[in-house]
Design a protein around this ligand. Structure first.
Ligand code: B12
Ligand code: SF4
Length: 463
């Protein structure tokens, strides 16, 4: 049997002129600051993307002797070939890409009605019925896909007993939840499936799955916390070090990389010993940062560390279940600044529930002040989006939010906010988003050296 896998990791967005200009400026200034003050370029973040989960599924199927054809959604030739060769085709989808999945599924079924079309990823996991609303999709996989997809290939005509799927049979049947892989079973992505040169891709890796927290705006990967064996992670890094050019950026996208401190320190120690020619980035959570952790990150050559700040007002953080105060987050940032040579960036949410005119002004002032005093290097703003799977999308009334747009139409209007509230209409959301971007760009302009950045940031957006 040959199985096809189609990846939709990222879709190029076209922004309205004013947003595009602000984003371009922001990215160029960030790069100039990175080059000037930290001696390295951010180009590792503006390359092609891939879905980590689809590469681990490909690896798992291959290990279990299933032949796999893997393709990016835009590679029409490869997909044509896939439709000729495969009896099952899986498509990976985040919620914003629903319309692309519908198109691909239609194309497959038009050419061969007998191919079973299966969808997985954060979109189908959180809204399986939505995906099954078209007759062109046969099965939605809910949650972790490796075990379920392998079982599906063996039981495609007998779906009743498969865990972790939804499918149609005289109505829609939702089976019992998936059985999760153990940490030791978590596969290493098989990079040989990527089209072309691995150096053309932004490399994101994960060393764990799951998260113990429940921030209102995050549609995190569901399931218990599990850790990949350190030796597997090191083998993956050995492979990347062998195949990536010197100084390539590898970003650890773990939900909470240092949640298990002893294991984290062991991993960092092994990475330091290896003396890779790569540079690393990661995301951290403030209550899992201390000086020992920061020193270990620095020793292991982590040059970019992103931390979730989200908002500087404690009541907003509380309302959104962040589980931390701004003082605690600021103290973690100070620890990172004092103990590393990395660029420290703050994820900052715009328009979280609880926001009012006063909190907007307070956030803008805090951002400006922290950037100018160099307490933080970059701010990564993100307008709230009720992605299916996060608490806000599950309980919009509790958070005072009304959905205004549908994910099916989102790609054409993606700069339009998906929601409104008593305080924010859509216009105010767009203007507030712009105000944050302008404040950040103004502060960067005061800090960045003059002259042009080496990189063109045409495709990089922050919305
Ligand atoms: C790393 C990451 C990225 C990377 C890599 C994406 C990837 N798919 O691997 C990049 C940078 C490309 C990315 C981009 C975006 N991301 Co992102 N990303 C993440 C992050 C931090 C980790 C994802 C991850 O590695 N999970 C681990 C792997 C193993 O899981 P997985 O990929 O989901 O795959 C498993 C299952 O989903 C399933 N599965 C997946 N695909 C398929 C397909 C089939 C056929 C089957 C059977 C199963 C299956 O099986 C896999 C293995 O078990 C999460 C947040 C988080 N904390 O989880 C957000 C997250 C996934 N991203 C999200 C979003 C929305 C985006 C964007 C679309 C928007 C944005 N944030 O700007 C952009 C794309 C922008 C654009 N211009 O197109 C949302 C998705 C929400 C949703 N309901 O869809 C998340 C949850 C963050 C959030 N805001 O809440 N992202
Ligand atoms: S934002 Fe981070 S800590 Fe919060 S739920 Fe998501 S992954 Fe977990």
């Amino acid at each position: 049997m040959i199985v096809g896998l189609i990846d939709i990791p990222c879709v190029p967005f076209k922004l309205p002129k004013e947003f595009e200009e602000l984003n371009r400026k922001k990215c160029e200034l960030e790069n100039k600051i990175a080059e000037n003050e930290f001696g390295f370029s951010l180009d590792g973040y503006v390359k092609k993307n891939y879905s980590i989960g689809l590469l681990t599924i490909a690896a798992y199927l291959k290990k279990n002797s299933i032949n796999v054809i893997y393709s990016h959604y835009e590679d029409e030739k490869k997909i044509e070939n896939m439709i000729k060769e495969c009896s099952i085709i899986g498509i990976s989808s985040m919620s914003p890409f629903l319309s692309i999945v519908f198109e691909i599924a239609k194309k497959i079924k038009k050419q061969n009605q007998n191919i079973k079309v299966v969808v997985g990823g954060p979109g189908p996991t959180n809204e399986p019925l939505r995906y099954l609303s078209t007759n062109n999709i046969d099965v939605a996989i809910i949650g972790e896909g490796e075990k379920t997809f392998l079982e599906l290939t063996k039981n495609i005509n007998n779906l009743e007993n498969l865990k972790g799927i939804a499918f149609k049979k005289n109505g829609i049947i939702m089976n019992s939840p998936v059985e999760y892989l153990t940490g030791d079973e978590l596969p290493t992505p098989d990079y040989s499936f990527l089209n072309g040169n691995i150096n053309d891709y932004s490399i994101n890796i994960t060393t764990m799955r799951g998260c113990l927290y429940n921030c209102s705006f995050c549609a995190k990967f569901k399931g218990p916390v599990r850790f990949r064996p350190i030796n597997d992670v090191i083998k993956e890094l050995d492979y990347l070090n062998k195949n990536l050019e010197k100084n390539s950026m590898v970003h650890f996208s773990d939900n909470v990389i240092s949640i298990h401190k002893k294991r984290f320190l062991e991993l960092m120690c092994k990475i330091s010993e290896k003396k890779y020619h790569l540079v690393f980035g990661c995301d951290v959570r403030a209550n899992h940062v201390d000086s020992e952790i920061a020193i270990a990150l620095n020793k292991a050559n982590f040059k970019r560390i992103n931390i979730g700040v989200e908002d500087c007002c404690d009541f907003v953080l509380k309302k959104n279940n962040k589980g931390l105060t701004f003082k605690e987050i600021k103290s973690a940032i100070k620890t990172l600044k004092e103990n590393t040579n990395a660029i420290i960036s703050a994820y900052w949410m715009i328009a979280l529930p609880g926001t009012n005119e006063k909190t907007i002004q307070k956030n803008l002032m805090t951002i400006k002040e922290m950037l100018i005093k160099k307490e933080i290097d970059f701010v990564l703003p993100s307008l709230l989006k009720p992605y299916p799977g996060n608490e806000i999308s599950k309980y919009p009334e509790k958070f005072g939010i009304r959905m205004k747009n549908d994910w099916l139409n989102w790609l054409n209007n993606y700069y339009l906010p998906m929601w409104e509230s008593d305080f924010f209409d859509q216009k105010k959301l767009i203007n507030t988003n712009k105000l944050y971007l302008k404040t950040i760009v103004d502060a960067y302009s005061k800090m960045a050296p003059k002259g042009k950045s080496k990189i063109s940031f045409k495709n990089s957006v922050s919305i």
